[in-house]
Design a protein around this ligand. Sequence first.
Ligand code: HEM
Length: 156
Amino acid sequence: MTPISLADDGDESEGDDGFEDMGEGLGTVSAWLLGLTLAYFGWKRALPGIRKHLKTTEQKDKLKQLNTWNKKVLPIHTLLGITALITGAAHGLMMDEGGFLLWTAIALMGLLSVSGGLMRWKWPPREVKKGARLLHMQRLMSAVVVVLLLVGHEMV
Ligand code: HEM
């Protein structure tokens, strides 16, 4: 026979728990996506060194492969950034507690996505593109996002 303690350990808020669990899971997914989005920074720094090495050692096939892969890196950065924003916002909406710092981080991720988009799309005038590049590439905003997320999560 099943012991009573095991048979009756559920409560009425099981549905709520499931919702919160899913919210937490989305937060983890979003954190990974943001980390991978930021890895683009490291990739760009590493690329010239790898290229130089392959050129000096005359590994032409590998150099070709590297160039093919490199063409895919920016679209991947774009997709990762947008998905990090969407999953992060959904995570925030699903959790009971939030806070100004965390929503500011989401707003900045939105700004990064829009400025990144303006850099990539063909239509904006040169001035708009220049402004978007300035916003997106100075790295300070990316660093502020990470700090706000870390501090904001300590506070909830
Ligand atoms: C919220 C997430 C995002 C973060 C934290 C982020 C951060 C960064 C960082 C750190 C760099 C590298 C800057 C450097 O090399 O010094 C970068 C470059 C770039 N990002 Fe993002 N980004 C995000 C989303 C996006 C999105 C959604 C797009 C496009 C729609 C985008 C488009 C670009 C472009 C076009 C570059 C420059 C490419 C180049 O000239 O090499 N980013 N981003």
